[in-house]
Design a protein around this ligand. Structure first.
Ligand code: ADP
Ligand code: MG
Length: 783
């Protein structure tokens, strides 16, 4: 908790005197300004220039003829109250020896009225502790003396204190508790009386030591620290506040030349002046906001007061001065120091701390509360009891299995139980995705390798190769189908196109169905003789039912009419209706097969190119051999060196080509197996599609005269341009794909025409007639 940013408080207290130098010291009525007029030789200066040798010091307050009570109220009360709120505070007196520092801080130990800031502060602390009942306070006191740069504990004489030698006491710094003196005793106090007792005990020790060391009490710096800790009685949290209230009585500064000190006194004075000088340097550094280093460690005093001079501490300084003209030089020096101190910035802040043990306890309680709440919630919403701990091996295995089943479609949903379970499910999904990626990559690599390495070989060719040592032409597709055969002959294509056009034309003209069927059957037979079965199928386009209006798409109910529709038409209906699933599978399988087939063809062409190279190289070699024999050379190795070298190069080339050929065969064998397998699947699909259509057709159109239907189509006039029957279609599917293209085009057109002809009323009428004539057979889906 940060407070407002401001400067330290600085007051001036003038020691009362009967000889107040009113010509030199002027206290303005504002109570904050003191002017100093210094005239060394006023006679030599004209009246107008005398004011040039004057100084004006505007501070936080000038305590002139002020009582002890007023001094406390104006200087210290605010700091004490803030200390009880958790702000560190420092009240420090400085100035010339005998100027009233000790009087201001401690006051008279004999007179209650004359008591100084320290006893009044202690009184205020305990009065406030009594008042602030909502907090529990704990107060401790320590009393440190610094004499000739040596640290001393003024309360070490008390019971329970450590009796450390002065060498054992060290100023330390800690990130948590700030600056502290190791070895300095800390005494708990519960009342004003106990606190005053410690103060007086410390004062007594200070005097005793002064006597023993032959010094005066004013030759040492003293810091009485009140350590306050405050915890709320109402809020049982781990937060609490601490503060330190430093009440400092500095040793007096003095001019060695003026006092004529020597021996021990000189030594003391030197230490005092040195430490005061370092204090001044530290103050100057603190006042300069650009400085990032403050020389606190140069003296014990500054080091011990490191966190009490500026920063987050409420610091108030009292400059004690004499009121006599004889001390004007020291007075001026003290006031200058005071004005510099006035520039030290402070930003008081509460020292809030966390009790680790209490914090842990609080968090544990919170966790328990939340778990209880979750338990109640789970019970209310009837959720299975969830665990908030790490998942066990068995639970993880179950989640893995669930995800697997979900991905396979065997599990409709994965029920969410807990956050941990969700995380585990996501992890499993990620794993599955990664595995899938790897699989796809591997497949892609395999395909890519096949293409790049041109590994194409025909089984027959290689068989020959292994037996005779000479490769044969490789043929694509199934065994017995040459590459030439895989290409669609132009003649067939043209004929098919013609047939297609003819069919379309006939349909547009409304030719009787029976006639059409006959011709289609004839054409199918003709095509079969011209084109290899499987090649036809691989090039056959898929049925195009995209153009058919939705109202025309058959659903569960087949199309009803007085006479059963031609099978070709019904087959189209079936493919987009009942048999759509099977048809889709069929198309997909066929697409894969076509893709594989294309690859096989490409590889075949490439391997044949290798084979041609082999043939060519072999022929060249044979030719050379014949030439050599003709010239009477019988030994190849004894021939012409140039020829021999050239033959060796050709032999090497031939060997490489043969190796290439052999390697490609392996790859080709694999791809061929794939093509065969795909072909098998396509055949299976087709057979099932047709057989299921047959079943569906018989069930949907159970006409007494249906049996001779196909025969009739086949035996009817050959000039009939009607669409093909299913049997024809089946036949055609296995023969020529180009004719099926015509079929589907014509079929679509027919469908469109029929849509425009058949109105709902006529449909109903036809349905009624049919129902009255035949017993309705329940439709069974073939799929
Ligand atoms: P210092 O600590 O600065 O060396 P002291 O506080 O010991 O000086 O004061 C020296 C003497 O002056 C003491 O006897 C003290 O009682 C007296 N004295 C100082 N200031 C005042 C004051 N404001 N009112 C009355 N007596 C004072
Ligand atoms: Mg003193």
């Amino acid at each position: 908790m940060k407070g407002e940013s401001r400067e330290v408080g600085v007051f001036v207290r003038i020691r009362p005197t009967a000889n107040f130098a009113q010509d030199f010291i002027e206290c303005l009525p504002d109570g904050q300004t003191v002017n100093i007029y210094r005239r060394r030789d006023p006679k030599n200066l004209p009246e107008s220039k005398r004011n040039q040798l004057s100084w004006s010091f505007r501070l936080d307050g000038v305590l002139h003829n002020a009582s002890q009570e007023e001094a406390y109220t104006r200087v210290c009360q605010r700091v004490v109250l803030a200390a009880l709120d958790g702000f560190n505070g420092t009240v420090m007196c400085f100035g010339q020896t005998g100027a009233g520092k000790t009087y201001t801080m401690t006051g008279s130990t004999e007179s209650y009225k004359q008591r100084g800031i320290i006893p009044r502060a202690l009184q205020e602390v305990f009065q406030e502790v009594e008042k602030r009942t909502e907090h529990i306070f704990s107060v401790h006191l320590s009393y440190l003396e610094i004499y000739n740069e040596t640290l001393m504990d003024l309360l070490s004489s008390l019971q329970g204190s450590q009796h450390l030698s002065p060498q054992g006491m060290v100023v330390m710094e800690d990130a948590g508790s700030g600056v502290f003196v190791r070895g300095l005793s800390l005494h708990p106090v519960h009342s004003e009386e106990e606190a005053l007792y410690l103060l007086f005990e410390g004062e007594m020790n200070r005097i005793i030591r002064a006597n023993a060391l032959n010094k005066t009490s004013s030759r040492s710096h003293c810091i009485l620290t009140v350590h306050i800790e405050s915890r709320s009685r109402t809020l049982s949290d781990a937060k609490y506040v601490t503060s330190k209230l430093n009440l400092v009585d500095l040793a007096g500064s003095e001019r060695l030349r003026k006092t004529g000190s020597e021996g021990q006194t000189l030594k003391e004075a030197m230490f005092i002046n040195k430490s005061l000088s370092f204090l001044e340097q530290a103050i100057m550094a603190l006042a300069d906001r650009r400085r990032d280093h403050i020389p606190f460690r140069r003296s014990k005093l500054t080091h011990a007061l490191k966190d009490s001079l500026g920063g987050n501490c409420n610091a108030v300084f009292v400059a004690n001065i004499y009121g006599e003209a004889a001390q004007m030089e020291e007075t001026l020096s003290t006031l200058r120091f005071a004005s510099r101190m006035k520039c030290v910035p402070i930003e008081p802040a509460v020292n809030q701390r966390m009790d680790p043990a209490a914090q842990i306890k609080k968090l544990q309680k919170e966790v328990q509360r939340l778990e209880d709440e979750l338990f109640i919630y789970n019970t209310v919403v009837k959720r299975p009891s969830s665990t908030y701990e790490q998942l066990s091996e068995a639970q993880l295995a179950e989640i893995q299995s669930q995800v697997q089943r979900y991905l396979e479609g065997n599990l409709e949903e994965i029920r969410i139980i807990s956050v941990k379970q969700i995380q585990a499910v996501f992890a499993q999904f990620k794993l599955a995705l990664q595995e899938q990626e790897l699989k796809v990559k591997a497949q892609l690599c395999q395909t890519s390798n096949l293409v790049n390495k041109d590994q194409i070989v025909n089984a027959a060719g290689v068989k020959e190769w292994y037996t005779t040592g000479r490769p044969q032409d490789v043929e694509a597709g199934s065994p017995g189908v040459s590459q030439k055969q895989t290409e669609r002959p132009n003649a067939t294509k043209a004929k098919t196109k013609k047939s297609k056009d003819k069919q379309s034309k006939t349909q547009r003209e409304g030719t009787p169905v029976s006639n059409k069927r006959s011709e289609s059957a004839c054409k199918s037979k003709l095509n079969t003789a011209q084109t290899p079965e499987k090649e036809k199928e691989s090039q056959e386009p898929d049925a195009d039912y995209q153009d058919a209006p939705e109202s025309q798409l058959p659903g569960n109910e087949p199309f009803r009419s007085e006479s059963p529709p031609p099978k070709a038409e019904a087959f189209e209906d079936f493919k987009v209706g009942k048999g759509s699933k099977l048809n889709l599978i069929f198309k997909e399988n066929k697409a894969v097969m076509l893709e594989r087939h294309g690859l096989l063809r490409q590889l075949t062409e490439e391997v044949n190119a290798v084979k041609r190279q082999i043939d060519c190289t072999t022929a060249t070699l044979l030719q050379r051999e014949e030439t050599r024999v003709g010239q009477g050379h019988h030994m190849v190795m004894d021939g012409d060196p140039v020829l021999q070298e050239s033959n060796a190069s050709l032999l090497l080339q031939l060997r490489e080509l043969k190796a290439q050929y052999r390697q490609r065969y392996e790859a080709l064998r694999d791809i061929k197996a794939e093509v065969n397998y795909c072909q098998h699947l396509v055949d299976q699909c087709r057979t099932r599609l047709l057989s299921e259509f047959e079943t569906w057709y018989k069930q949907s159109f159970p006409l007494p005269e249906e049996e001779p239907d196909i025969t009739m189509y086949k035996n009817s006039a050959q000039e009939d341009d009607s669409p093909q029957s299913v049997e024809e279609l089946q036949f055609e599917l296995l023969t020529d794909s180009s004719s099926s293209e015509s079929f589907y085009n014509a079929r679509n057109r027919t469908l469109k025409q029929r849509t425009s002809r058949v109105t709902p009323s006529t449909t109903e009428q036809k349905e009624h007639t049919r129902m009255g004539r035949t017993k309705k057979t329940p439709f069974n889906s073939p799929c």
